[in-house]
Design a protein around this ligand. Sequence first.
Ligand code: GLN
Length: 281
Amino acid sequence: MTQNIFEAYNHAKKELANAGIEDYGFEARQMIRRVTGFSNQQILERYNQPLTAFQQNNLTAMLKQRSIRYPLQYMFGEWGFYGRDFYVGVGALIPRPDTETLVEEALKALEGTENPAVLDLCAGTGCIGITLAAERKDATVTLVEKYPEAMGYLTRNIERNRTDNTRALAGDIFESAGADRTYDLIVSNPPYIPAEEMDTVSPEVHFEPQEALYGGEDGLLFFRAIVANYRDSLKPGGRMMFEVGIGEAQAVAEILSQAGSTEIAVQKDYGGVDRVVSGKF
Ligand code: GLN
């Protein structure tokens, strides 16, 4: 059975809605774009054009995978973050819109500092550090990532975004990787999901690496380690800035304050969640 673009779009929407996917309209359009290679405008103009067998087969495969809630981002192998495209895939945390709040706050914190030195810990795909390096060509950004799978995406993303003002280090934050220099700003979106919430994350998250999600029993393990291991790697007046999980902002502010940090600030994301915590040292 051959469908035209319009029929395929409607069919995809229905299948995705049946799988319990909230944003089924958006995802159906993304899939049609992906299999046809058309822009939104071209889709509107050619809505009655029949799909080729090849396009139809690929759409069917995508809908099957999505019906078990395999992430769309892993199927596509790339995803947008802060206006740029990043390679993503199995073994790396998918860039999330929430994390754009961390980038915005980081850019604000760097205003007025020329040639800033920045450190991104637990960098994953590199979307935070690479975005900062792209937005601030005068910066030098060090990205630390422990896992080779994620590091593969990270180095390809540096090339893709032509951010040669970066340094990618394979290493562990528990061993102070990257603490060989001093920085104006240290940013991190570390694993922060507490033990009791690991089973209740949305179905898509079960396809992402546990190592990028699990933050120890209370979720705060990485924040404690980063503050302890890296506070001496900040230049005087430098800041540390974290993305945190729902309900963690006060506890992370407390960790910073206990370590002697001042000017501690909490910023909400676009969903109204206290998402970014930062402090000066
Ligand atoms: N925000 C992610 C989630 O809730 C968690 C990412 C992280 O642990 N840093 O799925």
